[in-house]
Design a protein around this ligand. Sequence first.
Ligand code: ZN
Length: 473
Amino acid sequence: MFIRRSLGIFVLLALFAAPFTNAQKADGAINERDVRAHMEFLASDAMKGRASGSGFELLAGEYLASMMRQFGIEPAGDEISPGKRSYIQTIEITRQGFASPPALSYGSGTNAVTLTHGKEIVVFRMGSQATKGGLQKVAAGGSPEAGKISLIRYDQSDQEGFARRFGALFDSPAAAVLIEETPQIRAGWDRSAQRRISFTTVKGLTRGTQTSVIFVSSAAAEALSKLEEGTEISIGGELSEPEVTRTWNSVGKIEGSDPALGKEVILLSAHMDHIGERPNAPGEDKILNGADDDASGCTAVIELARVLAKGEKPKRTVYFAFFGSEEAGGFGSRYFGANLPFPKENFVANLQFEMIGRPDPAVAADELWLTGYDRSNLGAELAKRGAKIVNDPHPQQNFFQRSDNYNLARQGIVAHTVSSYGLHTDYHQPSDEVGTIDFAHMTRSINSMVSPVTWLLNSDFRPTWYEGKDPSQ
Ligand SMILES: [Zn+2]
């Protein structure tokens, strides 16, 4: 037995004698101490849960920027003077609400009818500040027409069919859809009526007009159905003063060294915001620290940045982006995607890191999973290069659509999220604390991505969507 072993030792020595490639040198390059350091800062109570668009989100961005500065990574945020950039990208968000509850009205003079938000109707989403159009009474099995105010009656005999069609109504071409109340809608009527209706625009982000979604009571639906097809209906109200707030991204890059591949870009990203404080949370602790969500992803990206900045310059360019306001609508990644600091055709792929702080019992102990693994060949190629990545074991959760990657994937960019979230119950709770993090798992996981990512940065491989899986189509 021993001989074999000694033979084995020879083979090993021969291996060690082989020249170290960049990837091999980098494996195990990340240590738990540094991982802890980032986590203990980003998810500390002092960071107050890094609420989207808050000073603590910016503080997280400045912290990550200072790390990138330390590692020698180039700033790639806003231009602060000709040819000089900051790491920080500032994004202006304007929210405008209604000074009084919005209303739906039709008819004139003594026949004028006004249905007010919270009473006969509930405005679930305002697609634009004011909406006007002709009434369309959508027949059973029919669909809303572009520019119309489309009334959808609730068919009690076909509850399943109605539920199936419900989601698509939110993306309809109509100016507004008026959805007759269902038992579920009625159950949430008062809560929906409390919601603040506001209208958000992001500077630098063209806002497509969206259909307005209005729930109407059965009595109101009955009255509307008695109107002439095409009757003019308007929805709106007195707007309140616009409120301008900001959110931020923190962005750095390592320029690629190869004359041809150097202009091609790989983006490694995470979101640096979380939910902040929840005053009505039960118990003492009101701070949602967001250790797993997503301080762990930020830590993965900043540690990969450290390793990549230390080694030989990669052939391709790599961007590191820490997005703001992921929890509040993905404004950071949407803004980044709409204002790319490089030509879109050079964008090869994006890997978002989300919730890798704890192992997922649904996969093997040292495995991570990729959202939308079965949508493109990126996951399979990375796995061939040693990435311990498998398919997302929770497809019913739609995680592919639920993180920043999706705002890029919708533009046709191959973008996926890497995670090991096992549906733990600390999700979006004050209990998502550093104390729950499995640092051995986290450090091992980040290390396992060093070689595959380094390979991707030094290859000419361009991932593609599988047939019919491109979300932008
Ligand atoms: Zn998250």
